[in-house]
Write a protein that binds this ligand. Structure first.
Ligand code: UFG
Length: 717
């Protein structure tokens, strides 16, 4: 097993994005976090998506050296990225000891426990204090430069619950006395005089401690981190929120009445403070670049991570108005203590050395933050809510935490599938004799025949009775079996896209042929695959139930709902659901020219997938060859992804829901639905109790199952 990267504070904002970046690169990550401000939900998400091989979590505080030593005993690390820190300037002024302990003592413990493993250390622009405008944009050499010019005899610490000398005393007593090598010299103390707040001083202490330790490190001074991962699944969630962009977005969401502009009398173009905003995925990239450089033997480095561009508070508010389309009421407030007028990075050094530079525009960054906030208005949470599923006309109890409950019941074996192309005992293989005595033809492509045990027949006896509340009617229809091909060892997911397209064509022909019959009102085409779904015949095949009456379970309620929805909203609910899903994006699996596939918002079972033609079409008959090929491609992507996710041939039931063929135009929009009783590899969702008599319970978060599936699909590509 390859060595892992340790990410301390990996449940926090920048830490989680960096962990995600490494995990997406197939690297092993261990997050250490005491969860004092980080989010357990993001770690659960990583656990589900990447699994224990790739991701581990240590719920440990850096303030506990014994527990910390245990982490280093349990894992071997090739590098460390340290985000674990407190970072609120105002709070640091009020609780300096808390900041000293969490930001300096904790870091000293990490340095002591980790031998000579290279460390990437999160630092801050607060280390630059309140620079004169002449020094903007700020280079990494700013401190050395001004100290050389003798500009900092006095410390710049603004009024706080501690004096500068007391802070130095803590360092001396708690760190230097135990490890004399880490004692601060004159030059270190001069650096400590520059920041205006305790937070900034603790970060300078960390930087100086690293220098004294003789260890190879990268100190990365962030300017203003903003935005969110493109997946829209992880993002910024602070409590309390103090940062400008999330606060303005909360105003856009109506969660706050207005934004208070902290001072408009700064020496800037519009009088409001200017900052340099960097997207958090790009910050994550910079960490990984620096780490890899260190791991490959580079010397220590200190870099600014900024865009070299500044935006004022008012410019940010204007940009948020542009992105969100919402009016953002603003009021003017007092300056916030400790806020410098302008902080803009000169980020030339890291560009020159490592080729890293900010690519994303401010509007793109705000847009990604907006998606996160709009889609997660309460931040991280474990979904536990009722969701309406319009496709099934029912409420679903989505209770994601139930997926983690201990399970002592039965588990399902997931057969790996066979490789025998011809099975003499199979009643579907070419040339074999079925139980009726009929001999199968030597078919080469798709072949269908009337089911030997049809539930519905055309020559059924006539009946039409009422008996109190009971009634009976004639059971009329046709049942067929559709064999996808002669090779016994294949399944829909292992056929080529062209072969699947042939199956799609055959489905269309069957629908047309049976739909034409005066007795048939609804040809339902479906497939059951795997024992869990009641099918132990592995030969690739599906079925057709062509009904004399429109069946009750899904199509009939859908027709009523289509009509009602059209009356109320004037459109088609499938088209609208597709639009909602594409706009949301978190559950989209395939989004191609003609086809979209997703795990629906109100999935009833964990791995429900809908595959839809984008065009409003009633059936396959309205789709051209290219659109059918698109559908076949989507089917293959989704089904191979599901096989990959379950590491075995997936067990599912699939249905083509097309318009009735009774001659009425219902304005129907066809769908392919795939569902399964599996809730995880080997784990079956039992449909009992509340699921039968109350509302169905989905024990998973559809956003997460979609991401699991997307991940599996990407592995196959
Ligand atoms: N602001 C407002 N109204 C608000 C919130 C913020 O006007 O409701 C202003 C602030 O006064 C500041 C600017 O928006 O001028 C940006 O404020 P943030 O709180 O978003 O960010 P800061 O620049 O204050 O803080 C960032 C990091 C800190 C770091 C600091 C260095 O988040 O960790 O830069 O100055 F210490």
């Amino acid at each position: 097993m390859t060595d892992a990267i340790l990410i301390t504070g990996g449940a926090g904002y920048i830490g989680s994005h960096t962990a995600r970046r490494l995990l997406e690169d197939n690297r092993r990550v261990v997050v250490l976090d005491d969860l004092s401000t980080g989010h357990r939900e993001v770690l659960t998400f990583f656990e589900r998506i990447y699994g224990p091989e790739q991701f581990g979590f240590e719920n440990v505080s850096l303030l506990n050296p014994d527990e910390l030593a245990g982490v280093f005993d349990r894992h071997t690390f090739s590098g460390i990225i340290d985000f674990a820190a407190k970072s609120l300037v105002g709070e640091s002024q009020e609780k300096p000891r808390f900041y000293f302990e969490n930001n300096v003592l904790a870091f000293r413990n990490l340095v002591a426990a980790s031998g000579d493993i290279p460390i990437v250390k999160s630092s801050t622009a607060a280390t630059y204090g309140e620079p004169d405008s002449g020094y903007i944009p700020l280079g990494e050499g700013y401190q050395e430069h001004i100290l050389g010019a003798g500009e900092f005899d006095q410390c710049q610490l603004m009024p706080a619950a501690v004096s500068f000398d007391e802070l130095l005393g803590w360092y001396k007593q708690d760190i230097a006395e135990q490890s004399p090598a880490l004692a601060l010299g004159e030059i270190d103390i001069a650096h400590l005089k520059i920041p205006t707040n305790v937070y900034g001083i603790t970060k300078v202490m960390d930087e100086r401690l690293l220098v004294r330790s003789g260890r190879r490190f990268a100190a990365l001074r962030y300017f203003n981190a903003a935005g969110a991962d493109r997946s829209r699944l992880i993002g910024e969630d602070h409590d309390p929120e103090t940062h400008l962009i999330p606060i303005v977005l909360q105003v856009a969401l109506g969660q706050r009445p207005h934004i208070t502009v902290f001072g408009d009398d700064y020496d800037t173009l519009d009088g409001t403070a200017v900052r340099d905003y960097v997207s958090v995925p790009e910050l994550a990239d910079a960490h990984v670049l620096c780490l890899d450089k260190l791991v490959s033997g580079a010397e220590s480095m200190t870099y600014n991570l900024g865009s070299s561009k500044g935006f004022s508070v008012r410019e940010i508010i204007k940009a948020v108005r542009e992105v969100t389309g919402h009016a953002i009421p603003e009021i003017l407030g007092e300056r916030r203590s400790g806020d410098p007028a302008t902080l803009i990075a000169n980020a030339d050094q890291i560009k020159k050395d490592l080729g890293w530079q900010v690519q994303e525009s401010l509007l793109e960054t705000i847009e990604s933050a907006w998606h996160w906030h709009r889609l997660h208005p309460q931040g991280y949470l474990v979904v536990q809510e009722e969701r309406f599923n319009p496709f099934w006309n029912r409420w679903v109890n989505v209770a994601a935490h139930r997926g983690n409950r201990p399970w002592r019941g039965e588990t399902q074996s997931m057969d790996k599938g066979g490789d025998i192309a011809y099975e003499p005992e199979c009643y579907l293989c070419p040339g074999n004799t079925r139980v009726t005595g009929d001999v199968n033809p030597n078919y080469e492509g798709v072949w269908s025949f009337t089911n030997d045990f049809s539930s519905l027949v055309l020559d059924a006896y006539e009946t039409e009775q009422r008996n109190g509340p009971y009634a009976s009617r004639t059971s009329r229809g046709v049942c067929e079996v559709v064999v996808y091909g002669p090779n016994h060892s294949q399944r829909l997911s292992t056929l080529s896209v062209n072969e699947i397209a042939n199956v799609v064509d055959a489905w269309a022909d069957i629908y047309a042929r049976l739909g034409e019959k005066a007795e048939i009102a609804y040809p339902l085409i479906f497939e059951n695959r795997g024992d869990v779904m009641g099918n132990s015949q592995p030969h690739p095949h599906g079925q057709v139930y062509a009904y004399g009456e429109i069946p009750d379970l899904i199509v009939k309620p859908q027709l009523a709902m289509f009509a009602q929805y059209k009356k109320e909203k004037g459109g088609c609910f499938v088209c609208d659901a597709n639009d909602v899903e594409v706009d949301d994006g978190r559950r989209i699996l395939v989004n191609e020219k003609d086809v979209v596939a997703y795990v629906p918002f109100a999935a009833q079972f964990p791995y429900d997938v809908m595959i839809m033609p984008k065009r409003h079409v009633a059936s396959l008959l309205e789709l051209g060859a290219e659109e059918r090929l698109g559908l076949a491609d989507a089917l293959q992507c989704v089904l191979t992804g599901l096989d990959g996710l379950f590491d075995a041939p997936y067990h599912y039931t699939l249905a083509l829901l097309q318009a009735p063929t009774d001659g009425v135009d219902y304005g129907y929009h066809m769908q392919i639905q795939i569902t399964s009783l599996l809730r995880g590899p080997g784990l079956r969702k039992h449909v009992v109790g509340a699921d039968i008599f109350g509302n169905l319970i989905n024990p998973s978060d559809p956003n997460v199952t979609a991401e699991e599936l997307r991940h599996a699909m990407a592995e196959i590509d």
